[in-house]
Design a protein around this ligand. Structure first.
Ligand SMILES: Nc1nc2c(ncn2[C@@H]2O[C@H](COP(=O)(O)OP(=O)(O)OP(=O)(O)O)[C@@H](O)[C@H]2O)c(=O)[nH]1
Ligand SMILES: [Mg+2]
Length: 465
């Protein structure tokens, strides 16, 4: 991903957001950072720049035209984010100025940074590991207090410490297995297989906790996605508006009002809920509405939980049952319009849906009224218990799909090695399985990496980070 020939270059990029602002910050990192800024700012040319000091200076281009008066902050090699000599230039926040400053820096010998290249350099200079590099992105993107707290723990290295300790324990097991094969591993005792099995079981249990924490981490990072589905006119759009406290979707008493997917989001007890309202599921000859129905089905598949809505004042209709069967996964059934007279009890409704065979797993039936402000609390509270977000702890959790996949793979390989030991398979087999498991763990922190890993970690980064 990042070409090795770039490593000796000094890179530059806008580190703050694009657009007009009070100030903008440009970052310069690499061996020539001080030299370049001293060429651009004549008043600094004779000075010895000191780390962590700020200098007010006029910045000029090669033609000696002053572009802006800027504030320059210097960071010595070893004392910066990247670990390299770094300069931060705070200029007036005009896109025209920042463009000209960057052009001038390139004229003076810098190259434009690629996405994530500053953090990549920080990783290469051992300023952070890959788990922390991923946390940098989560910190920037965090949208709630709980997401920020989780990301900061990861950035501090709390999750890395856990993986590090697992890696150490696995290395111990591997060394002792290898001692029974290879006599060159002198000084390491051959331990009883039962002791190894016990150690590996403990290791697996620890890894399992970390792997399973991904469901919490993912919710904290991305939120919970709910999809409203059901027949036309049952009140899906009214419920969306109620949930997101905004008139996002058009509500009328005409069946087939919503044609496209309408999205909204809201926060409840520190968790973000992304909610999609979909076109009512019905068979229709209307071309546009039909496309809407297809989109609804696709949307339902991408959600964490379907909120299946029906009009409880009419009772469950044949149409509801047919639509219900189109849905997959898990569903919370909302018996809407509960402000109107209704006769079916939740238990009867649940029975009817279960007797259907097919369709999603019904988690609960909730009588609600979209016209009632209290519906929001009732629904989101119930969803939080279903998704477990009510009981989220302050423990260190993982929130990256990459870490989850590798941690899961490492755990399964440890499980496999336990089976191999129990079945008295040769130490060579067990050692190989443990080596594969160790490799997966090493990829998590980046002790082992290749282009594919680097690409996966850094491709989502923005420019200047
Ligand atoms: N009394 C009562 N009326 C409701 C309730 N929820 C929705 N309505 C009414 O039902 C009608 C349909 O509501 P919508 O929210 O547009 O229904 P929808 O499911 O989005 O319909 P489509 O977009 O056509 O699929 C409107 O007239 C709403 O005011 C409710 O809880 N109680
Ligand atoms: Mg609608």
């Amino acid at each position: 991903m990042f070409d090795a020939s770039r490593e000796t270059k000094t890179i530059c990029a806008l580190a703050s957001a694009t657009g007009t602002a009070a100030i903008s910050v440009i970052r310069l990192s690499g061996p020539d950072s001080y030299k370049i800024i001293q060429k651009a700012c004549k008043s600094l040319s004779k000075k010895k720049l000191e780390s962590h000091r700020v200098y007010l200076a006029k910045f000029s281009n090669l033609k000696n035209e002053v572009i802006d008066q800027v504030v320059v902050t210097a960071f010595d090699q070893g004392k910066s984010y990247t670990g390299e000599e770094t300069i931060e230039i705070s200029s007036h926040g005009s896109p025209h100025i920042t463009k000209k400053l960057l052009e001038a820096l390139v004229e003076y010998g810098a190259v434009t940074a690629e996405k994530g290249e500053f953090t990549y350099r920080a990783f290469m200079n051992d300023r952070l590991d890959l788990v922390q590099a991923e946390a940098v992105l989560s910190v920037i993107e965090s949208q709630s207090d709980s997401a920020l707290k989780m990301s900061l723990r990861q950035l501090e290295g709390k999750v890395s410490e856990k993986f590090q300790s697992l890696e150490d324990k696995l290395t111990w097991c591997l060394a002792h297995i290898e001692a029974s094969i290879d006599f060159s591993t002198e000084g390491i005792d051959v331990v009883d297989p039962q002791v190894l099995i016990q150690k590996l079981k403990e290791l697996k249990a620890e890894l399992e906790v970390l792997t399973n924490s991904y469901s919490q981490g993912k919710i904290l990072k991305d939120g919970i996605k709910l999809v409203l589905a059901g027949l036309p006119n049952v009140g899906k759009s009214s419920l969306l508006n109620n949930l997101v406290l905004d008139e996002k979707a058009i509500v009328t008493d005409i069946a087939g009002t919503t044609r496209d997917v309408v999205e909204g989001s809201t926060f409840f007890n520190g968790i973000k809920f992304n909610i999609s309202d979909t076109a009512g599921l019905r068979e229709t000859t209307d071309v546009v509405e039909n496309i809407g129905v297809q989109r609804s089905l696709k949307e339902i598949e991408s959600g964490d939980l379907t909120l299946f809505v029906f009009d409880s004042s009419l009772g469950l209709q044949q149409g509801d049952l047919e639509r219900f069967r189109m849905v997959k996964g898990n569903a919370l059934v909302l018996a809407n319009k509960a402000d109107k007279p209704h006769s079916e009890k939740p238990s009867e409704i649940k029975q009817k849906l279960q007797d259907l065979g097919g369709g999603p797993r019904v988690i609960d039936i909730l009588p609600v009224s979209a016209l009632d402000v209290k519906a929001r609390d009732t629904i989101l509270h119930r969803v939080s218990t279903i998704m477990g977000s009510e009981k989220f702890s302050d423990e260190s959790v993982i929130s990256s799909a990459r870490q989850f996949e590798l941690s899961n793979a490492a755990m399964h390989l440890i499980d496999q090695s336990i089976g191999e030991l129990e079945n008295h398979m040769g130490s060579e087999f067990v050692a190989q399985t443990l080596k594969n498991s160790l490799l997966a763990l090493q990829k998590i922190l980046g002790r082992y990496f290749d282009d594919q890993i680097m690409d996966r970690v850094f491709r989502e980064f923005c420019l200047g980070k």
